[in-house]
Design a protein around this ligand. Structure first.
Ligand code: PRX
Length: 629
């Protein structure tokens, strides 16, 4: 499965374009299939539908767990590093993880969960989160993991959208020196979730929680009553594996659906190749399992490859900004995969936290989620990699399921701030505003993909039209990523950022409309407009322009109140960094907000605002500029 040289990459890439079905069938056949597939691909980007390995049957956990029991049963699968650095790390071997997953699969079954049911998982980064995910996959239930930082309202929206039957959570969570309620937040959500029949609660913090008779169950008690015997359900390759909600430019977050077969093949293939994983190596992905990176490269990709995967509960700055480096030393980490925002933040704490730390086990470094600027790239390369570790700047999305444009460690010649070249099977294309292909090198355009890969989004849960219109209608016949991109003279790709109304805050996707809706719920707010602006650490910060019914008496107090509302409606990650109170917004005669102007003001660049003649009231702009923060 592994590419071994640049020439091999080029040959493999060409094969993947010339004979994609042969290429992917060759890789897919390296997995355990309960019923082998005979059809490789059926696709249509015009009336969107994609099916990979359609008539095959398999189970992803049989490949991620059972398969390794024959060869590496006693090797670590998951290494749990708790929040407190003094607490003992816990290793689950493949045999142990298999047993725990089977047991929890039976717990779910005992509660009436069957194939196709949706299960919401709202948990901190503890081994049971991975166990719950894999248990769902084992019995064919569709997991919907909701990031532990989301609010009750966000949980409720996600549960209701996919009508989850069961919620799995914990009493509380610990992150740094904070204890965070989890069950209580779930309880608040469930006031408006009629589909939920059972809540399974794992103990983590021993925080007192209310347990509702007939609905709420303790994980430990249920586990005691379950056996470890649970055969993996035979899944059709195209059966849904999970739903993961992500923000778009309009409306509520949509449930991105990934299916069993294609997702398995693609995450395993990309993990093995991009990181050039060698058997026995320790892989540390710092993402939370609540995001796609955690799904694909903390749980599924590593386990499918029989890797040792670190699951870290805490934060990079607790007890100090050297925590990641201590973990790397403690567990002899070979491959480290994190986000630019973490790198920039740790850079800002000063080199004294990294100097003298033993990072000699490291072989490969990775980055994901947002552009890795050159300054951060060099710091990562010099201070963390000591110039010896290739940096793979991996571009991909929740919708792509796995890495798409990325160097292959040690093989692709690197360029700072470039995601470099497409992986085999990935056919990028740049188009102009009208969808016309921009050919040649040294060009900029909107990034689309013209051919399916195995883990492409299949649908948005419960609303296929939304999937079609979001991804396949802007440029007919192409998958549109929403990203702007440059292809330089060498044909190397550099992602320049979103071209739609999606912000990328510390590597987290948040829609401007979502934040505006939350702000507008605040009493006295008439209207708001939100834009992203460059932020030294977060990549982008959130800048909100807010019109209130009455002039505010105390701006700072009102700002804090608005932040509290946004936290309650979405969660702390969506809190604006700046709130400017305004009396009007720059609108065109047709009522459309000219965000271009708001972005410029937020960036602090008001020299060239472009044509403002179509504005209903051009005077608004001056007043916004004069009050800019
Ligand atoms: O804008 C791109 C940015 O993150 C978006 C996808 O966000 P999400 O679905 O949350 O997935 C993040 C983790 C895969 C993309 O549309 N992005 C992701 N990786 C990179 C990136 N921007 C620049 N460089 C990257 N390596």
């Amino acid at each position: 499965m592994r590419i071994t040289s640049l020439a091999d990459y080029q040959k493999t890439y060409e094969l993947s374009v010339r004979e994609p079905e042969k290429f992917w069938a060759g890789i897919a056949n390296q997995f355990d299939w309960i019923k082998p597939f005979t059809k490789v691909l059926d696709w249509n980007f015009d009336d969107y539908s994609v099916k990979w390995f359609e008539d095959g049957q398999m189970n992803i956990t049989a490949n991620a767990l059972d398969r390794h029991l024959k060869t590496i049963p006693d090797q670590a699968a998951i290494i749990y590093e708790p929040n407190e650095p003094g607490d003992e790390a816990i290793t689950l071997t493949y045999r142990e993880l298999h047993a725990r997953v089977c047991k929890f699969s039976n717990v779910l079954k005992n509660q009436g969960v069957v194939k196709g049911d949706r299960v919401c998982i709202y948990m901190p980064m503890i081994p049971e989160l991975a166990i719950a995910v894999l248990a769902c996959a084992r019995i064919g239930a569709i997991h919907s993991v909701v990031f532990g930082g989301f609010s009750a309202q966000s949980i409720a929206d996600r549960i209701n959208d996919s009508e989850c039957k069961v919620v799995v959570t914990t009493d509380g969570a610990v992150r740094g020196n904070k204890t965070i309620p989890m069950k209580e937040t779930v309880d608040d959500a469930l006031v408006s979730c009629p589909s939920v029949e059972k809540v399974i609660v794992k103990t983590r913090t021993k925080t007192p929680v209310s347990m509702i008779g007939g609905r709420d169950l303790w994980w430990e008690q249920e586990e005691n009553e379950a056996t470890t015997d649970c055969p993996a359900e035979a899944m059709n390759a195209e059966d849904p594996l999970f739903i993961l909600y992500t923000s778009g430019s309009t409306g509520k977050p949509k449930g991105v659906v990934h299916t069993c077969g294609g997702y398995m093949v693609y995450t395993a293939y990309t993990f093995a190749n991009v990181f050039q994983y060698n058997p026995g190596e320790v892989f540390f992905c710092t993402a939370d399992i609540g995001w796609i990176t955690g799904h694909s490269y903390l749980v599924y990709g590593p386990l499918l490859n029989g890797a040792k995967s670190i699951l870290f509960e805490g934060i990079p700055t607790y007890p100090d900004a050297g925590r990641f480096w201590d973990i790397i030393k403690r567990h002899s980490v070979n491959i480290f995969y994190t986000a630019p925002t973490a790198i920039r933040s740790l850079m800002g704490f000063g080199d004294e936290h990294i100097e003298g730390k033993d990072l000699s086990s490291l072989r490969v470094l990775g980055s994901v989620g947002e552009p890795l600027n050159e300054e951060a790239w060099h710091w990562y390369n010099d201070k963390v990699g000591h110039g010896n570790c290739p940096i793979v700047d991996t571009w991909w999305q929740t919708e792509t399921g796995g890495l798409m444009i990325s160097p292959i460690a040690g093989i692709t010649p690197l360029k700072p701030a470039f995601a470099t070249l497409p992986l085999p099977g990935v056919q990028p294309i740049l188009v102009d505003e009208n969808g016309k292909e921009i050919t040649g090198n040294g060009v900029n355009g909107n990034l689309c993909i013209k051919y399916p890969w195995p883990s492409i989004i299949r649908t948005t849960y419960g609303d296929h039209e939304r999937c079609k219109s979001t991804y396949f209608s802007t440029y007919p016949g192409l998958y549109f990523t929403g990203d702007g991109c440059m292809r330089d003279e060498d044909g190397y790709y550099r992602i320049t950022g979103r071209v739609d109304d999606v912000m990328n805050i510390s590597g987290h996707r948040i829609g401007t409309a979502e934040v505006e809706n939350a702000i507008n719920m605040h009493t006295g707010v008439i209207e708001s407009a939100v834009v992203g602006y460059p932020h030294d650490i977060k990549g982008q910060g959130i800048y909100a322009y807010v019109i209130c019914e009455h002039p505010t008496i105390n701006d700072d107090l009102t700002r804090k109140d608005i932040l509290a509302t946004v936290t309650r409606v979405i969660g702390p990650i969506a809190k604006p960094d700046k709130i400017q109170f305004v009396t009007g917004l720059p609108k065109t005669r047709s009522g459309k907000i000219m965000r271009r102007i708001l972005r410029k003001v937020a960036e602090g660049d008001t020299t060239n605002l472009g044509d403002t003649s179509t504005l209903l009231d051009p005077g608004v702009v001056d007043s916004i500029i004069s009050g800019a923060l």
